[in-house]
Ligand binder design. Structure first.
Ligand SMILES: [Zn+2]
Length: 231
């Protein structure tokens, strides 16, 4: 059980940062060094329910968010989960494949070979190193906005809805990729710590596998003020 935990589970303050992008969003990232990989059998949603295998806690929040979006007139096909959990082992394969591709492309173009260090530095702009992707946790969800690409994705009505409402459900954007949202509400570290403790001790944990209650958010006017103060 404890072998699935990497690093320490320590509470983190909300870093609001500077509001960015057309919707003035705050980015907040799930750190795989904090959560590590989930315990497959219990923490991830079964493949029959969602092939992308999100973390159960994020999945239940996502479903409530989709229900709210449907009620708000959003075409929720854009919000379906396309890709979620990705193992460190799979990321290692992807990383090696892309690295080889990059090396070969330089060779084919007659360019001088790069040092491994420089090759990796270029690669990191596009691909997370194994062990460093938020997708390892199951809390990062790539939505069906993905095929729209970054520009169209940001202009879509579904994204505009997410920009206003996703935070209420615990989801935060990764600004370069409008399809990529991470579930990381305050208290998640404590919730996951307790969940794993109970699972390891064989204690019932079902209520911890549901998302916590709705997170109170500041009224829009108050949020705008925070943005202007550039905290
Ligand atoms: Zn992603």
């Amino acid at each position: 059980m404890s072998s699935t935990l990497r690093g320490t589970l320590r509470p983190e303050p909300i870093r609001s940062g500077v509001a960015r992008g057309p919707h003035g969003l705050f980015q907040r990232r799930v750190r795989p060094s904090v959560f590590g990989e989930p315990e497959f059998a219990v923490e991830l949603v079964e493949a029959e329910v969602c092939a992308a295998r999100p973390h159960r806690i994020a999945w239940s929040a996502h479903q409530r968010m989709v229900a709210a979006a449907a009620g708000g007139g959003v075409d929720v096909a854009w919000l379906a989960v396309r890709s979620a959990y990705r193992s460190v082992a799979l990321q290692r394969q992807v990383w090696e494949y892309r690295l080889n591709e990059r090396r070969q492309a330089r060779l084919d173009a007659g360019l001088p070979a790069l040092s491994e260090r420089d090759l990796e530095r270029q690669q990191r702009l596009w691909t997370a190193k194994p062990g460093q992707s938020a997708h390892h946790t199951g809390f990062a969800l790539d939505l069906e906005l993905y095929p729209l690409g970054p520009r169209e994705g940001r202009r879509s009505p579904a994204y505009a809805w997410l920009a206003i409402h996703a935070r209420v459900f615990g989801f935060y954007p990764y600004l370069p990729e409008p399809w990529h949202w991470e579930y990381d509400p305050p208290g998640l570290v404590a919730q996951v710590t307790e969940l794993r403790r109970r699972l390891a001790a064989g204690e019932p944990a079902s209520e911890l596998l549901r998302a916590p209650d709705l997170i109170p958010v500041a009224a829009p006017a108050e949020r705008a003020k925070v943005g202007r103060r550039r905290r």
